[in-house]
Write a new protein. Structure first.
Length: 396
């Protein structure tokens, strides 16, 4: 196990952040851990910076206070304190080792050993730590795995999965973003054996990871591997179509995870949205994408305006991508403004139409006339048609 730095990076740009530097000055023994180190090595943007320290939480809070910084005990039972500098938060976690696990939660004890803390992490590429000077500590060959595009569990893959079955889905998330070439054989074997444990996971955790997998620049390989290992059928029992997702990804469609889920799904969208507890906006979009067929690629601008009068633009564009219409139809839809029907019930009342079913029927008929004309009649034209109909009511 490496006890000395594996390499020294030129200080990454994120280390010039004044707020982060203030926290590190208060906790000079702390190291940057996890994703920030991985992404700095991969030359990817770093968005979140987490720190680890051998100090227990009470000492972390005291050190921050002495430096004039605030803190919040956001996860103090598990050793996490949020340091606040310049109105921003940085998670600082005391080094830990696992005492007991049940596939969902872990009982931990604090330690002063960075290597022991790294040994409880999921993948080698996430188990590295870095000092504020850029010294990278790599206890499990994460640097080599990252360079090789290999997502590998720390230690025994079966053990890591049994500690937290969410790691099965996390494997595919990281494989989608950092993996290339054949997947790690030990990981694949352990994942196949661990599929029954996915039933222990909450719906929210499953959707959170699945959404991140689908949001990867190109998740085709990861999703295909999920299908081969039985994971996809376990988390999406409503039915899946990896080939349809692959076709969507081969186009220039945007990388929206709900759009990609709609392509992948072959079953009941409402049942899936309820089971995975999608947000209201996500569920509405998923069901709308699957609710009707796409417009034909040769649809006229008049047809498009009529469709836009009755359906959200993003839904119509998404349906076009799902149907494999190519980029032309989505671009035409995007360039059009949704037409607005320029009459309301109050306009008919002002023209002398009494409230009641007859008013609703007349308003509906006027909207039908507006749609038939290609949704181009503006408010004055609609009022003129209203006046014409009131002056010449239908017989009977």
């Amino acid at each position: 196990m490496t006890l000395r730095p594996a390499l020294r990076l030129p200080p990454p740009a994120f280390l010039s952040d004044g707020a982060l530097r203030a926290v590190l000055a208060a906790l000079p023994e702390a190291r940057i851990v996890g994703g920030a180190v991985r992404d700095a090595l991969a030359q990817c943007p770093v968005f979140d910076v987490d720190l680890a320290t051998p100090r227990p939480p009470a000492e972390v809070i005291a050190a921050l206070r002495a430096a004039g910084l605030k803190s919040s005990p956001t996860g103090i039972a598990h050793g996490t304190v949020t340091a606040i500098a310049e109105h921003r938060g940085f998670e600082v976690t005391t080094l830990r080792r696992d005492v007991a696990t049940d596939g969902r939660r872990a009982v931990v004890a604090f330690t002063e050993d960075f290597a022991e803390d790294a040994a409880r992490r999921d993948f080698t590429i996430n188990a590295m730590s870095m000092t504020p000077d850029g010294d990278v500590f790599d206890y499990f060959s994460g640097v080599a795995d990252l360079a090789a595009g290999r997502v590998r569990f720390v230690g025994d893959a079966t053990t890591r999965i049994a500690e937290d079955f969410l790691r099965v889905l996390r494997f595919f998330r990281f494989h989608a973003r950092y993996g290339h070439g054949p997947p790690d054989a030990d990981a694949v074997a352990a994942i196949r054996a661990g599929v029954p444990g996915l039933a222990k996971l909450s719906a929210e955790r499953v959707w959170s990871e699945l959404k991140r997998i689908l949001a990867a620049p190109d998740p085709r390989g990861a999703v295909a591997l999920m299908a081969q290992t039985g994971v996809l059928a376990s988390v999406l029992p409503e039915g899946t179509m990896p080939a349809r997702l692959a076709a969507l990804l081969a186009s220039a469609a945007p990388g929206d995870p709900v759009l990609r889920l709609a392509a992948l799904l072959d079953g009941d969208a409402a049942a899936l949205a309820a089971r995975l507890r999608l947000s209201l906006a996500e569920a509405d979009l998923l069901m709308a994408l699957r609710a009707a067929p796409a417009l034909p690629p040769a649809a006229s601008d008049t047809d498009l305006r009529r469709a836009l009068a009755d359906e959200r633009k993003d839904v119509l564009i998404g349906r076009a991508w799902l149907a494999g219409s190519g980029a032309d139809l989505p671009e035409r839809l995007a360039a059009l403004s949704a037409p607005v029907f320029g009459l309301r019930g109050r306009d008919l009342k002002a023209a002398g139409v009494p409230p009641g079913p007859a008013l609703g029927a007349l308003l509906h008929a006027l909207r039908g006339w507006w749609l038939e004309g290609g949704c181009v009649a503006d408010a004055p034209a609609l009022r003129a048609e209203l006046a014409r109909r009131l002056a010449s009511p239908p017989p009977g």
